[in-house]
Design a protein around this ligand. Structure first.
Ligand code: ZN
Length: 269
């Protein structure tokens, strides 16, 4: 009897935790969670301390290959600790064959390796910022409207050569289509001609959440500039490793790549 009461008390406690932190019980691979704890709480996800805003907001995501469960520990200012395990729903990752890619971007010549490494290091550094800014809380809009020509996470085979999974979502649009900021943010990287990604912009939405836009034909913003949701930041193109004009929209929680299609406001209801 006592054991049964204890069990139901525990169940009640678990419910209370879920409500206090509005955490879901599961998330998809590539999914983002925006949740709220009591202000002043400390939150760890998978043992890593994450930023908690003044209003208690915190965020985290599950990468493409995350198997979970993700253990979230919330310690309130008064010292009470609550633990929740989030199950990660596995997804299928179809194979996408991309033909007609410039050969020099599929297997770059060795003399280019140092350049690619340097460029990727700059992008990685921009993704490691952890700004106390909640530009992500107002939801997201599509940067361009068009057919999805490539999905997040799909196994990519370029000209018959298996490469890393696709890191974002491709939206096919005519060359020169204006690209809009999906949410407000600060431009943390802008380069007109990276070897693999061509015209490249990174927008920081706060708390380690960043958008990247690749293969652009034109950049309309500079590093350090603040942009509002819907503001035009550049134009679609096919610079770098691309076979036709499109916008590649990638989304990260620090180094973890997430699926833009699962973001609030983007995902179909
Ligand atoms: Zn892409």
């Amino acid at each position: 009897m006592i054991r049964r009461i204890t069990a139901s008390l525990l169940a009640l406690a678990a419910c209370a935790v879920a409500q206090a932190a509005d955490l879901p019980t599961s998330l998809s691979q590539g999914g983002l969670v925006i949740a709220h704890a009591d202000p002043g709480s400390k939150v760890t996800v998978g043992g890593k301390l994450v930023r908690v805003g003044e209003d208690g907001t915190f965020v985290f995501g599950a990468g493409r290959d995350e198997v979970g469960p993700l253990v979230v520990v919330i310690r309130s200012a008064s010292g009470q600790s609550q633990t929740q395990r989030l199950f990660v729903t596995p997804r299928e990752w179809p194979v996408e064959r991309v033909e007609g890619v410039p050969a020099k971007t599929v297997n770059p010549p060795p003399e280019i390796a140092a350049r690619i490494k340097r460029e990727q290091a700059l992008v990685t550094a921009a993704r490691n910022r952890d700004d106390d800014r909640e530009d992500f809380t107002h939801g997201f809009i599509w940067p361009v409207q068009g057919r999805i020509s490539g999905r997040f996470g799909n196994q990519r085979i370029y000209n018959g050569d298996p490469k890393a999974p696709h890191s974002g979502m491709d939206i096919a649009v005519p060359q020169g289509t204006p690209v809009k900021a999906p949410a407000a943010g600060i431009v943390t990287f802008a380069a007109p001609d990276l070897y693999l990604t061509g015209g490249t912009i990174l927008l920081d939405h706060g708390f380690g959440l960043t958008s990247n836009f690749l293969h652009l034909s034109r950049l309309d913003v500079k590093v350090g500039q603040r942009v509002t949701q819907g503001q035009v930041i550049g134009a679609a193109g096919m610079t770098g490793r691309a076979t036709g004009p499109h916008v590649h929209w990638g989304f990260n929680w620090f180094g973890t790549r997430l699926d833009p299609l699962l973001l609030p406001g983007i995902a179909p209801p």
